[in-house]
Write a protein that binds this ligand. Sequence first.
Ligand SMILES: [Zn+2]
Ligand SMILES: [Zn+2]
Length: 142
Amino acid sequence: MPCISLVTGKKLPSYRTKAIAKKAEKAARKKGYRLITYGCRNCNGWHLAHRTHYRTDCEAGCRCLKGIPKKEYKTEKDAIKTSSIISEKRGIKMWVYECPKQEDTWHISSQSGATPKKKKRRKRSPEARERRRRRRAAKRKQ
Ligand SMILES: [Zn+2]
Ligand SMILES: [Zn+2]
């Protein structure tokens, strides 16, 4: 599976070694691009990412089922945009969920990925809340 840019959806150039990637990073810097070199777990190569688009791993330590740290998205919109690019390019359904360990952080997961249970629970939660509200109201009347 080739790596794709989560910003443009295009195929991501992959560098075989860190040294080669660093060289490309330096060449880009001369042209005024601020890039980050990072090792890729998908293709075992190295890629360059724009600093503004580079996602760090979840600070709370969330991992997917394979044990790979999850990327942090600071807004739901950002996560949805990225998930739709992945869905389109890879033909797999992705969904966005809020980090269970910290606020204002969002993660993307494929359905076979991490914590699908949380989404199911979320779907039911409005009814559950309504039931709780009714129970509390009944208690007050007593
Ligand atoms: Zn890659
Ligand atoms: Zn997290």
